[in-house]
Design a protein around this ligand. Structure first.
Ligand code: FAD
Length: 462
């Protein structure tokens, strides 16, 4: 059978562009369809604009901190349109690079929504054209959950829109307790917006180490963010001057300029023809895949956020590379999801690799915890009341460091580097015989000699 393409990729985001480009470089005939902008969530409405806004939001504190070092910075003013427009310029540049990469590799790009008509046929809506492909890769990603079950949800914005607000609000309530919610709370608070974080659970950042969760909560409050837990919206209604009135389950009423939802993401599978092709999804609507990212259909694969695995850009890229290795290089590769380092660009920042103390305590008989909470050196002169934390979680039997958790400046950078020795199976003794770099905050990681406490059979002792 002759097909138009060896590989057709639906979705030009992190996973799709990588797979399409690398397969094309290998000489395969590749088509990639993107319904919005090449680059996908990460480049256009995720990691990249988010990090740029985090940078922007930190200047206010930097200006304040400068005083203790002898600087006086007066008259500093922030202009939201400048930030928003400069961000737009940068993501447009990156989008261009993504297109250039695909073009240079010889892949064909389609600015169109695509859907499956069958396992080998793809319909390109903008062109009203059907193409055929031997293999299909679904890399359509996810989209923010819009809270359809909340009365008045249409009065809230989602992260996609929060980047491009017409003007900077004076006040905002952000609902959610995951990393996107806490990052946006830090951004808006840093930019001078009166910020409330509303979370239905007991503590923010579910799944992270409990010390990290509690400490971030406390540090965010110190910075002026109001954190309300165990509370949800009863309803949201329009207020005066384009504002919003939120009626909360705790009986309170909040009046803010903007309400933002960061209450989770859902796979973007609506109307992409999964049923027509016979691709099955799990109970949560994610595309089901095997260890090699193959779907229930022999010639269709799925990578990235549309699968129910780990939803991060480097993971989508890794899954895409494994797919290409397996299918086009005769080198079967299963994506490895163990020990993925992550950063939360909250303020203060979080870097984490491996197991939380709670997870380690469930898995190992005896766990040693090494923990230091201290004032970062910069704040000795700035006077800022902000703490940093470094924490190592060690399996006492194997001596392996199974979890590292850092909160403070550059924690994300540290997590990336810590992920290497941890992937190699480094023990606490390896950490101990590593010379410190002085004066740094990271030196704490190699100078915590005695356990702060031990957990035996789930019980904390000492
Ligand atoms: P995507 O990048 O979402 O790409 C999917 C693409 O498919 C989209 O461009 C979409 O328009 C297109 N598409 C969908 N349906 C169709 C169709 N039918 N036809 C044609 N095209 C279609 N990850 C990190 O690692 N670090 C971070 O700091 C980070 N921060 C984030 C911050 C925010 C606010 C958000 C929302 C996400 C963040 N992420 C971060 C997650 C990261 O963006 C995703 O994990 C990553 O983009 C997933 O890549 P993907 O290829 O699976 O999907």
């Amino acid at each position: 059978m002759n097909y138009d393409y060896d590989l057709f990729v639906i979705g030009g985001g992190s996973g799709g562009v990588r797979a399409g480009r690398v397969a094309a470089v290998l000489g395969k005939k590749v088509g990639v369809a993107e319904e919005s902008r090449f680059g996908g969530t990460c480049v256009i409405r995720g990691c990249v604009p988010k990090k740029l806004y985090v940078y922007a939001s930190k200047f206010a504190e930097e200006f304040e901190d400068a005083a203790g070092f002898g600087w006086s910075v007066s008259g500093a003013k922030f202009d939201w349109p400048t930030l928003r427009d400069n961000k737009e310029r940068e993501i447009t540049r990156l989008e261009g690079l993504y297109r250039k990469g695909l073009d240079g590799a010889g892949a064909e790009m389609f600015d169109s929504r695509a859907r499956l008509l069958s396992a080998n046929e793809i319909y390109l809506e903008a062109l009203d054209k059907t193409v055929t492909a031997e293999r299909v890769l679904l890399a359509v990603g996810g989209t923010p959950y819009r809270g359809e079950d909340i009365p008045g949800h249409e009065h809230a914005v989602i992260s996609d829109q929060a980047f491009d607000l017409a003007e900077l609000p004076k006040s905002i309530v952000i609902s959610g307790g995951g990393y996107i919610a806490v990052e946006f709370a830090g951004i808006f608070n840093g930019l001078g917006v009166e910020t409330t974080l509303l979370y239905r659970g007991e503590e923010i950042l579910r799944g992270f180490d409990n010390d990290v969760r509690e400490m971030l909560h406390a540090e965010m409050e110190k910075k002026g963010i109001r954190v309300i837990t165990e509370t949800v919206f009863d309803r949201i209604e329009p207020g005066e001057d384009g504002g919003r009135i939120s009626h909360l389950s705790n009986g309170e009423t909040l009046t803010t300029d903007v309400v933002m939802f960061a209450i989770g993401r859902v796979p973007k599978t609506d109307g992409i023809g999964l049923a027509a092709a016979g691709v099955s999804t799990n109970a949560r609507g994610y595309i089901e895949v095997n260890d090699y990212s193959r779907t229930s259909v022999e010639n269709i694969w799925a990578v990235g956020d549309v699968t129910d695995r780990v939803q991060l850009t480097p993971v989508a890229i890794h899954e895409a590379m494994c797919f290409v290795d397996t299918e086009y290089k005769d080198n079967p590769q299963k994506p490895d999801h163990a020990g993925i380092a992550t950063a939360v660009f909250s303020q203060p920042e979080i870097g984490t690799v491996g197991l939380s103390q709670e997870q380690a305590a469930e898995r190992f008989e005896t766990v040693e915890v090494y923990k230091a909470v201290f004032r970062p050196m910069k704040h000795t002169l700035s006077g800022r009341d902000e703490k940093m934390m470094t924490k190592l979680v060690v399996d006492a039997e194997s001596r392996k460091v199974v979890g590292t958790h850092i909160m403070g400046p550059d924690a994300g950078e540290m997590a990336q580097l810590l992920a290497i020795p941890m992937k190699m199976g480094a023990t606490k003794d390896d950490f101990d015989r590593t010379m410190a770099v002085h004066p740094t905050a990271a030196e704490e990681l190699v100078t915590m000699y005695a356990p702060s406490y031990v957990i035996k059979n789930g019980e904390r002792i000492g």
